[in-house]
Ligand binder design. Sequence first.
Ligand SMILES: Nc1ncnc2c1ncn2[C@@H]1O[C@H](COP(=O)(O)OP(=O)(O)OP(=O)(O)O)[C@@H](O)[C@H]1O
Ligand SMILES: Nc1nc2c(ncn2[C@@H]2O[C@H](COP(=O)(O)O)[C@@H](O)[C@H]2O)c(=O)[nH]1
Length: 195
Amino acid sequence: MSESAPTRPRITVLAGPTAVGKGTVSAYIREHYPEVELSVSATTRDPRPGEVDGVHYHFVGPERFAQMVSAGDMLESAVVHGRNSYGTPRSTVLKAADEGKYVLLEIDLQGARQVKESMPDAHFVFLAPPSWDELVRRLVGRGTESAEEQQRRLETARIELAAESEFDVTIVNDDVRRAAEALVREMGVPTAPRA
Ligand SMILES: Nc1ncnc2c1ncn2[C@@H]1O[C@H](COP(=O)(O)OP(=O)(O)OP(=O)(O)O)[C@@H](O)[C@H]1O
Ligand SMILES: Nc1nc2c(ncn2[C@@H]2O[C@H](COP(=O)(O)O)[C@@H](O)[C@H]2O)c(=O)[nH]1
């Protein structure tokens, strides 16, 4: 019997409600799995303290963002929480995928739906909170948004939680390391037990 052909890594899309821990899980993967290519999105939102341009996001103005969209430079883009624009630069994602890298996109539900249209073979992972109360605790505890913005994000969160069944798999983020290790396994990244 002939050996089966090696499978190429699929692009993985990670979505989930605000403050569930997508960024925290991605940061764990950045630190522990440098072979994973984390897509760096463009956004019109202002940087939070500690966020680095080109690492966490490409921080751009609304005009530059609109130019990128109209030039077809975005794989997907959306206005998230009714306020700022976010988008995935197409060329870096496709180049990394062509090179056979494990690519991870951390994006919102609208973006995930757009990627599903253009790349139905991608792998769609939903990150869920242990409970609604814990989600609220994390959002408030992060302390990066005003009370008004927190309210807006929680309204979006209700919509995003209702869309969980659109995803291939759900990972509950009850523990960052456990959730991140589950995600890299879902991505097919070779893993070794870690101390
Ligand atoms: N497993 C966890 N247990 C406890 N706290 C967590 C866990 N994962 C993340 N957090 C905390 O929850 C807060 C929100 O996490 P994070 O910013 O990563 O969420 P996010 O999903 O990227 O949010 P957003 O969509 O709003 O950008 C942070 O303060 C983070 O430290
Ligand atoms: N559709 C897209 N959504 C994105 C992208 N990059 C991030 N996001 C999502 O936006 C919200 C808010 O992020 P925050 O950093 O302001 O808290 C969150 O759900 C992200 O996943 C993107 O390129 N496209």
